[in-house]
Structure formats: structure tokens, C-alpha cells
Design a protein around this ligand. Sequence first.
Ligand code: S3P
Length: 174
Amino acid sequence: MNIVLTGFMGTGKTVTGKIVSERLGMEFIDTDKIIEEREKDRIVRIFQTKGEKYFRKIEEEVIEEVSKKDNCVIATGGGAIISERNFKNLKKNGILICLSAKPSVIFKRTFSSKDRPLLLKSKPAIQIIKELLEKRKPYYSKADYTIDTSSLKPEQVAEKIIEIYKNEKNKNKT
Ligand code: S3P
């Protein structure tokens, strides 16, 4: 069984995912990182040169591949779960955990980042965050669990994830 982390940019999927994988001795997979390695380019540049549609296509291919693995902690990009194909693939062998945070917290955590192409538009970032969050609500709510990380440290979030994982493993035994 995999632990799949979904949720908006800046909710701590990568940082917490790494902690969880170390604590549980599971492999850590970051789908954005695989895309960058495969394309030999930064996500932000892929968006600029080849467009979002192209990025989403590669993202679907990568997610299909990593979903076949077992015993991994998979951190996905914030938009991955919007695709029904990604959702189905990730669900096959994974517990879906959505990390959430208040818009103001997301803003604080992402405002100095140059790696978030969707936040580098002409509109103020806080407005984009609020609009995207609203649009994506129905998709994020399809996760098995949601953890609000707004006032938690990554270690605390990791502990919650580990607890969920252990409970799920016990459920599957009985
Ligand atoms: C995206 C989130 C990013 C990355 C890409 C698109 C999104 O990942 O996949 O910029 O659509 O929300 P993070 O959530 O890791 O920042």
C-alpha cells in the first residue's frame, strides 16, 4: 500500500512526505521531480515552453507508472488529482491524504517561490490561490483523509499521516 499526498501548492506535500518515508522506511517519490528529470527541465520552464497541457500529459504518464509501485510515499503536484485518470490510478494501491491550508498560509509559504508557474500570473497571487482552491475543492474532497496543516509543523503532519497509515494497515489485516 502506498501513501499518496495530494493537496494545493504550499501545503507541505514534499517536506512531510520525505519525513514520513524516512520514519516508515518507505521509498519517497515526488512526481514533479520525476517530470523534471524526464524532461530535463524545470516545471516552470515546461509550462512556459510547452504549455500546461503538455505538462499534464507527462504528469498522467508518470502517475500511471508510480501508481504500480508498492510501499512508497508519493507526493503529487497540486493539480494532479483534478484528472480522473490520475485519481483512479493513485487510488488503486494508495491511501489518498490531502494536505490543506488556509489561503493566507499558502500565500506565505509560496510567495517567494519562482517555481510555481500557476502563481506567476498578472493577477495577485492571493487571488489566484483563492480562486484555484475554490475550483479544486470538489477534487481535493475526494481524498480519503484531509489534514489541515495551517498551524502544524511538518513533523506534526508526518505523525498524523503515520497514524492514518498504521490504522489503515490494521484495518486491512482484519
Ligand atoms: C501545480 C502544482 C505544482 C506543479 C505545477 C502545477 C498545480 O506542484 O505540479 O506547478 O497545478 O497546483 P506543487 O503542488 O508541489 O507545488
